[in-house]
Design a protein around this ligand. Structure first.
Ligand SMILES: *Cc1c(COP(=O)(O)O)cnc(C)c1O
Length: 346
């Protein structure tokens, strides 16, 4: 049986590719990879990886081994790096798969050496204090006997103009000095905007590829990729004083025309959009009124007489604006996109 999908995610492949090329241009002499962890931030890793490979991307970063396996038939498997590293159980399947671990701890280094020490990446912690070899752990000889491709570190506050950025740059340079690796890598999306000093040999953007404005500088530069659309399930006129949605958080000041759309917080259109988000139809702006529910959202269609049951309305999902009105980070808006949406690349 095939049912008509009430909810779809339109995904702009040209915008994705343009964003990657923009990050590559801004990365100067460095090559540019792509963070495709968490199913490419919710968009669909398989489609994203194929599009970016065709655009010239040759370095892909996932968090889990299962994520590497899910794209391993699409690109040479040694172009996939697994950021969360390995545990004992992973060593044999990791070697069998052929994706490259990012080794984060002395224990991970020891496991990989014991397994033969074939090609790996190493994460140095230059100050985020989250994952990676800390300066106090970086003793003489710790990295001997490994075939290191990428020596990397991760910035904690690249989206802010703070001293921590150059402090991390300095510490990464000191820590990686004298370690034999083929390439060095530090910058994520926001880090690319910090300038040449931060680019090293390889940059690792994620958010900006998918339309995120990691820094204000990317406004007007990074293009929107994700466009959610939901079917209008019902259109009705209600009277002055009538309340709308769960807990009656909105009351009609006068007679109004309301439309109910087939998208809700279970689809990643979170409750933060209650009385703050908006939909678009026929070039008009339809504010969300009342609370977003699990599968539904109500919009004010008073000024949009064109809208009728069965139409599809676009939810505003320009990430910078959507993040501001919902108080949800651009990262969470993307990764929160639910599985019920049909994904249509155009
Ligand atoms: C997620 C991640 C990235 C990409 O970060 P964005 O801010 O999305 O560009 C780069 N490097 C590492 C280690 C990451 O975990």
């Amino acid at each position: 049986m095939t049912f008509a999908a009430p909810l779809r995610l339109r995904l702009d492949s040209d915008a994705l590719i343009a964003n990657w090329k923009m990050m590559a241009r801004m990365s100067g002499a460095a090559t540019t990879g792509a963070a495709v962890k968490a199913n490419a931030y919710g968009l669909g890793a398989r489609e994203v990886v194929q599009l970016l490979w065709n655009a010239g991307c040759r370095d892909f970063f996932v968090a889990h081994w299962a994520e590497a396996e899910a794209i391993a038939d699409l690109v040479p498997v040694n172009t996939i790096a697994v950021l969360n590293g390995i545990c004992e159980h992973d060593v044999a399947p990791a070697l069998a798969l052929g994706a490259i671990p990012v080794l984060n701890t002395p224990k991970q280094l020891a496991l990989w050496k014991a397994a033969g020490g074939s090609k790996c990446h190493v994460m140095l912690d230059s100050g985020i204090n989250r994952l990676g070899i800390g300066p106090e752990q970086l003793t003489n000889g710790l990295l001997d006997g490994l075939d290191i491709d990428i020596l990397m570190s991760h910035l904690a506050s690249a989206d802010e103009k703070v001293d921590q950025n150059w402090e991390q740059l300095l510490r990464f340079s000191e820590m990686s000095d004298g370690i034999i690796g083929r390439r060095k890598s530090l910058a994520n999306s926001a880090g690319i905007a910090l300038g040449d000093d931060y680019h090293f040999d390889l940059t690792r953007p994620g958010l900006a590829l998918y339309g995120g404005k990691a820094v204000a500088q990317y406004n007007g530069v990074v293009r929107q990729v994700v466009f959610p659309e939901a079917r209008v399930l019902q259109v009705r006129t209600i009277g002055a004083g009538d309340s709308i949605g769960y807990n009656a958080t909105h009351k009609a000041a006068s007679e109004m025309r309301i439309a109910t759309l087939a998208i809700g917080y279970a689809d990643g259109y979170f409750r933060g959009f209650s009385n703050s988000g908006h939909a678009c139809f026929a070039g008009k702006r339809l504010p969300v009124i009342g609370r977003v529910s699990m599968d539904l959202v109500i919009v004010d269609a008073s000024h949009c007489t064109e809208m009728a049951e069965g139409d599809f309305a676009q939810l505003n999902f320009e990430l910078d604006a959507a993040s501001q009105v919902s108080a949800i980070s651009q990262y969470e808006l993307l990764t929160g996109i639910g599985q019920r949406s049909e994904r249509i690349w155009f």
